[in-house]
Design a protein. Sequence first.
Length: 337
Amino acid sequence: MKPTNFAKYLTEFLSVFLPAQRNVSKNTIHSYRDAFKLLIKYCQEIKSIPVERLTLNDFSNELLIGFLEWLETDRKCSISTRNQRLAAIHSFFRYVQVEEPAGLYHFQKIMAIPAKKVKKATVEHLSPDAIKLLLEQPDRNCPKGRRDLTLLSVLYDTGARVQELIDINVGDVILDTPAIIILTGKGNKKRRVPLMKNTVSILNSYILENKLDKPWKNEYPLFTNNQNNKLTKEGIAYIISKYVILARKISTLVPPKVKPHMLRHSKAMHLLQAGVNLIYIRDFLGHVDLKTTEIYARTDTETKRNAIENAYSDLIDGNLPDWSKDQALLSWLSELK
């Protein structure tokens, strides 16, 4: 059977266009791949269209909107996940319209399908005291505890995404002054993140203890599991949850559930509260758009309150007169109708 135009363009999109021309990360490609796996599943199981017969013309607005509703209702996906799947579809048809200009009108109708509005979530983060308590939990008297302390310290101090932490190689750690770590973010973009002196000390001890200071080990993962393989996202989440349980036995400063990304949020909030400019925080976190970083400013009500108090502290006298003793005012109020 002759391949369909959908099969041809989807293969080129995932295997050539995204990695070679757009230079997107493997995680993004996998996310887009998963979106189309679900779309094909929907076409087969719900619309009874065999995958080998799927063509670009089959993807009408009605079919795609039905797919998005199916994600929410049948698969119980969140609105954010629904929007991520739609973003993958938009990206694909934006690519296809260049390759197949005859279908421009059809493709642009698909790209006009709007994302669903989602409630703005609050930025979950930990206080400095909670971070300190969490970092006190690993047992420094055993190798695994020292590894976990190093991992948690690097995760917080660099504000790294969990995948960025997983992808750190030994050669990405530069402890000479000024000490930095090179992180590989979304789209394989690299950024150099400064390290604080305590983290440098912990990292230096960890590298020496694990004999990672040899030049030929530069491509080794910085953090590994018991099988000497890269840690996984699930593995890092497990490590954090283990110390959350220990910390909560001491204090409720640490919330019951701490996701790895909360350490990144915490670092951003602490930088903001310390007076660091949003533009620097944007570059530190590897955000492309300042609007993404502004979510921390909107969340940080304590900084706003302090700024307002500092700006107006001397303008309004707190020793206001007791209006209840003003008989003229009371008489005027009683006459109001």
